[in-house]
Ligand binder design. Structure first.
Ligand SMILES: NC(=O)c1ccc[n+]([C@@H]2O[C@H](COP(=O)([O-])OP(=O)(O)OC[C@H]3O[C@@H](n4cnc5c(N)ncnc54)[C@H](O)[C@@H]3O)[C@@H](O)[C@H]2O)c1
Length: 252
């Protein structure tokens, strides 16, 4: 019960890594606010937490829209009393290199991944008295991933923002760290994997796995476990850290 008595807000918790984190945080004793732009998906995650005996509320917002974020965070804080842990997990992919990406693709990747991290953090800090913020980066912030230009740039911004937040928020007793996962097979990655396989998903997966010394991709639960550690008091001396659960991908 590493989060006993804590309240956690997780963005993008209607799917993939965020859903796995909601289930794990709740199993470790946290009350969880499940935030997602997809109301049905958020409700489904909250229901799964409830079925397993945990406590969760679902709130809906697009993390790139300030007014929606403020309202959803206030709703979560009112329902659960306060917020001790924020996992800025919501994200979207992108497609193309700088030579062929569209401006819309660029702006969307930056808006959700980077601006969303800023907006949700700002809103949550109004309800946070010490605690832990975990941001979601990617190996794409650390190495060039082919045909993923806007995403790489946006995740690079999240890593830099994490260091800035760690410095600014330390006096308030808030730790801020960033996770940079390697590839996890989720809906977010499917278009990129399919493109890498020239339309064939299995081929795309095979071409990706060879980049991983550990010989496989990651699972949502493995990333959620890292988020749990950073969220918990066991990580009390970590702030401003870049933690890279990537099966050795960036070690090559
Ligand atoms: N899957 C991977 O290989 C991988 C690797 C590194 C980093 N990440 C990052 O992990 C995070 C979660 O990714 P995932 O693979 O679980 O993706 P996913 O697509 O399974 O889940 C993302 C969730 O975020 C929600 N979301 C999207 N845009 C939103 C918005 N504007 N406001 C609120 N919610 C929004 C979606 O509705 C969805 O429920 C993302 O930040 C992603 O960039 C994923």
């Amino acid at each position: 019960m590493r989060l006993a008595g804590k309240v956690a807000l997780i963005t993008g918790a209607g799917s993939g890594i965020g859903r796995a984190a909601a289930l794990r945080f709740a199993a470790e004793g946290a009350a969880v606010a499940v935030l997602d732009v997809a109301a049905d998906a958020a409700a489904a995650t909250a229901a799964q937490v409830g079925e397993r005996g945990g406590r969760a509320v679902a709130v809906t917002a697009d993390v790139s829209v300030a007014a929606q974020v403020t309202a959803a965070v206030a709703e979560a804080a009112a329902a659960l009393g306060r917020i001790d842990v924020l996992y800025n997990n919501a994200g979207v992919g992108s497609s193309g290199s700088v030579a062929d990406a569209t401006e819309d693709d660029w702006h969307r990747a930056v808006a959700v991944n980077a601006t969303g991290t800023f907006l949700v953090s700002r809103a949550v800090l109004a309800h946070m008295d010490g605690g832990s913020i975990v941001n979601q980066g990617s190996v794409a912030a650390l190495v060039g991933v082919p045909a993923f230009a806007a995403y790489c740039a946006a995740k690079g911004a999240v890593v830099a923002l994490t260091r800035s937040m760690a410095v600014d928020l330390a006096p308030r007793g808030v730790r801020v760290n960033v996770i940079c996962p390697g590839t996890v097979y989720t809906p977010l990655m499917e278009p990129m994997l399919r493109a890498r396989g020239d339309g064939d998903l299995a081929a795309g997966l095979a071409r990706t796995v060879v980049k991983y010394p550990i010989g496989r991709l990651g699972t949502p639960e493995e990333i959620a476990a890292v988020a749990l550690f950073l969220a918990s008091d066991e990580a009390s001396f970590l702030t401003g850290s870049v933690v890279t659960p990537d099966g050795g991908m960036t070690a090559v």
